[in-house]
Every structure is written in structure tokens, then in C-alpha cells.
Ligand binder design. Sequence first.
Ligand code: NAD
Length: 431
Amino acid sequence: MLVSAFVMLGRVATTAGDELLASALKQLDAAAKALGLDRGMHRFLSMPERTLIVSLPVHRDDGSLEVFTGYRVQHSTGRGPGKGGIRFHPDVTLEEVQGLAMLMTWKCAVTDLPLGGAKGGVAFDPRTFSEKEIQRLTKRYTAAILPIIGPEKDIPAPDVNTDARHMAWIVDTVTMMTGQHSPEVVTGKPVELGGSRGRTEATGRGVAFVTLELLRRMGHGAEGTRVAVQGFGNVGSIAALALAEAGCRIVAISDVTGGYAIPSGIDVREAMEHVKRDPKRTLEGLKGATRISNAELLASDVDVLIPAALEGQINADNAHEVRARMIVEGANGPITAEADRKLTERDITVVPDILANAGGVVVSYFEWVQSRAQFYWELDEVERRLEIYMRRAMDLVLSKSKAYDCTPREAAFIVAVERVASAIEKRGIFP
Ligand code: NAD
């Protein structure tokens, strides 16, 4: 904790960003302790390699000038160029971006991608801006961080409130400023502009692959395994579909309107069609389903529970109600630290977010590879390779968890920290 205290400069964690950074540092501390990591290396890994803070003047549509603050943080480039999304949100702070950049380092390392960790963000509320204003802000931000990004340096991607449109604007800005067509500068692009097939489905499919690998290791077949999924958006619906296709029985799903249970098994494709038809894009009125609350969904009598909605859903108040034997974290941070301890005491296996939802960054890596080669893979090629990366990472994490007699979450950090530290050591500290 000495190192963490140094980085936080004695400040008390007050914002969500402070807490996120403090929690990322705590996880690093635990892995460093388990590995007996050199004190200097531990200290190096607890700090970002590079932090850029930029001020962004942008004209609003009414002609007035506003100035925003943007960040790009590269936590580690020890294993390769930085990789991480760009977030547009009023709560973006330097500490949040630093914590998220560090988590990207571990996520890329645990899945064995030849990439480091980075993150970016601009503090503003995009809901109160027009499309043109957001485009101007994105382009100005890109120009401001251009000195430190690039396919060999740091490759941004979408995150909260940014998507393929923003990535296309970034490609255009870099292309205009360098005079070279530069699709490989970001991932998460529209497919017409060099995006990878299968990127949208990648996180959900990755969640399904690690779940199936866990079942295999537990000696469970997929056939008939009962699964409940919280959140039926991009991650939850695709994970549910892939698991149903593998033979699992999806007995409960939920979204912002509440939970829907069919003990004999939900027809996931039909549920996805239902959401498409619904004017509000929800599961409201799903045929044949019994309405349950989200709290009831989390307490379902199932083998596997997949929280794929929001953070902090399983907490000190409801952890004792969980009946699943296995939890796979589709969302980021769906289990609080206290709940995690309680679940461990009850011998419930949790596959941590940095591994479970890494499918998106794995296919982002494939997109970077394809864009650099200007040669694009078919969907089945993307999925075949994604399965290899996810199952291999899961297998290694479960083996480490046995070897170190620790939880898969601790094991995932151990694998990641060991890989990053080893790469830095092998390169030799410059000069
Ligand atoms: P999404 O917006 O597509 O879907 C979110 C779903 O959660 C929706 O069905 C929504 O109705 C539901 N939801 C919202 N509030 C809820 C509540 N209180 N109870 C139950 N359900 C609720 O988002 P997504 O892209 O599927 O992301 C889900 C989670 O996965 C987030 O934590 C995100 O950070 C994480 N994640 C996403 C990706 C990705 O590639 N999309 C990658 C890594 C992690």
C-alpha cells in the first residue's frame, strides 16, 4: 500500500474516478505481493508511463467558444503500443482515466495481446451537444493527442458515449493531418472503413467462450446448464444467444424494465427480435415469461449467473442471496469488493471482468492487425481466433488460481502483472 499512497499523493478518494484508481492499485499491490515483485518494478507499474492533458477550444453552433479538458494516459507500453478507449462523460477525471488505462494493461496482458494499456477521455456531457459540435470536439481532441497516438504508439477505440462514428472522425483527422490514409490508428471503426467483422458481437461471444471453458473445467457439460443473464444489451444478449446455441438453458434475462423468467428455457433469438420490435427496445411483454424483479434474477436458482448490465449490482446487501455456483462478469465491476469476499467465502467461482469481457479488445487487436495488413478476415475466422484467445486465457487463469490457491480474479491479475513485469525486465530498463 506504500506505493498506492505515493501515487494518490495522500489524497482521500472522493470521486468515483479516485475510487476506481485506488481499487486498481490495490489489485496491483495484491498481485505484486503474491509474485514477490521487485519494489522498483511495483512502483513503476503503479504509475502511468505518460499522461497528456489537453485544453480543447471548440465553437458551439451559436458561435460561442467553449473550452474542454481532455486526457490521454498511457499506463504501460511494456508489451506493445497502448490500447484503450476514449470516453466522453461529464464525470471524466484524470484519476479515472489513469485507473482505466491501468486496467487496460492487465486486460491486454491476461489475454496475451502484444499491446499495452491506455485510455482517453473528455469531460463533457454529449447529450447537450449537437452532432456537429461533437464532431468538431472529437477532431480537435484527436489533433491535440496526435503527437502520442499512432498504430505503433497507442491505438484508441470507442468507450462510454463514443462509437464507430467517432472513430471514423478520428481516422479522417489523422489522414488530413498526416496526408496518409490511416485506418490503423484506431479500432472500432465502421466495417466500410476497415472495421473488423464480429467486433460488435465480440464481447458477448467472449463471455460465452469463457463460460463454456469454465463449465468444461468443472466437469459440467453445457447441455442443460441453467443460466441467468442480467442486462440484455450488446453484451448480455449475445452471450445468452451463444450459450443457448451451445446447449445451455437460459432461464432468466433482464433489462432496465425488470426480469423475465421461463424455467423451461427462453428462446433467445425470439427475445432479441422482441427487443428490436419494441418501440422502447426493451423486453417488456416478452411472450410466455413470468415477470420477476432484478433482485430476483440475481437470486435465481441457476448454475451460472452473468451480470452484464451495470457496476455494483452484486453488493454487500444481496451477495448472500446469490444461488449460482458460478458468476461470469460480463459488465465492468458488477461485484463490489465486499460482495466478492462474501462470494469467495461461499465458494462461488467468479470469472473477473478483466478476463470475461476481454473479447472486445481481442477483436480490436484483430482489427488493428487487419487494418495494418489491409487484408480483412471473414467472420468465421474472427470467431475461431477469438475462441482460441479466450479459452487459452481462461485455462491459464484457472491453473494459476490452483497454483497460488487464490481466486480467479487474483489469478488474472497475477498472470497479467507477471507478463508485463517480465516484458519490461527482458527489454532492460532504458538506458
Ligand atoms: P448496453 O447499453 O448495450 O446494454 C445494457 C443493458 O443493461 C440493457 O439491456 C439495459 O436495459 C440493461 N440495464 C440497464 N440498467 C439495468 C438495471 N438496473 N438492471 C438490469 N438491467 C439493466 O451495454 P453493453 O455494451 O451491453 O455493456 C454492458 C456492460 O458491459 C457495461 O458494464 C459495459 O461497460 C461492459 N462492457 C461492454 C463491452 C462492449 O464491448 N460492449 C466491453 C467490455 C465491457
